[in-house]
Design a binder for this molecule. Structure first.
Ligand SMILES: [Fe+2]
Length: 211
């Protein structure tokens, strides 16, 4: 992103009848498509915020019967990309029966939708919390990411992103809503997932919104 080296993670959830919910898709290489196809059929392609458009078009080409669901700001930023539905109050029953869905409000920039998979007690975030691995970063980017607050286990919401949350009460309400979910694991798009003490880690990372 903007010449900054970034790894990104795609998340796949198998819904009850082996229908797949593909979140923040990366480019669908042959090996990735084969691996995903072994899990089930792709039913939903999710663009959880307007920044995560990377593989949406090519996933729709390979799986044309899948529905593309996008964040509220996605279509205006990417009018050329496929989008069947904007994620709002209502989502399909087979999705709603397994996943809780929440728009994290308060930012003038980020339109991220967050998800809680109840069966696995997993919170799925995209850009709201980042935890880049220090050992995998060249010294320059390590310094940059540390200064932005997204390096290592103490990573969190990037400082520049926090500044876009002008409506602090909306951000606080959203953070509190996330913390009411009973998760014990967090999958994130950039960096190390949170496998230990997840609730406390997220509460600390959202301290800027909760204070
Ligand atoms: Fe991102």
């Amino acid at each position: 992103m903007l010449t900054i080296p970034f790894n990104t993670r795609m998340t796949v959830i198998a819904l009850n009848a082996q229908e797949l919910w593909v979140h923040s898709p990366v480019e669908p290489t042959i090996s990735i498509r084969e691996a995903v196809s072994k899990l089930g059929s792709v039913r939903f392609i999710i663009a959880p915020n307007k920044l995560h458009s990377l593989g949406v078009e090519h996933w729709k080409e390979h799986f044309p019967s899948a529905e593309v669901w996008v964040s509220p700001g996605f279509c205006s930023r990417h009018p050329q990309l496929p989008a069947d539905h904007v994620i709002g109050a209502e989502v399909p029953e087979e999705w709603k029966s397994e996943l809780d869905t929440l728009l994290f409000r308060g930012s003038t920039f980020l339109d991220e939708v967050v998800f809680f998979h109840r069966l696995s007690r997993t919170l799925v975030l995209t850009d709201l919390i980042q935890r880049h691995e220090a050992s995998r970063e060249p010294w320059f980017w390590r310094a940059v990411k540390r200064s932005v607050g997204v390096l290592g286990h103490s990573g969190g919401t990037a400082r520049d992103l926090r500044c876009t949350f002008r409506d602090r009460s909306a951000a606080r309400e959203s953070a509190e809503s996330v913390l009411r979910w009973d998760f014990d694991r967090v999958v994130i798009a950039h960096g190390m997932c949170i496998e230990q003490d997840a609730h406390r880690v997220v509460e600390d990372a959202f301290g800027w919104a909760l204070s």
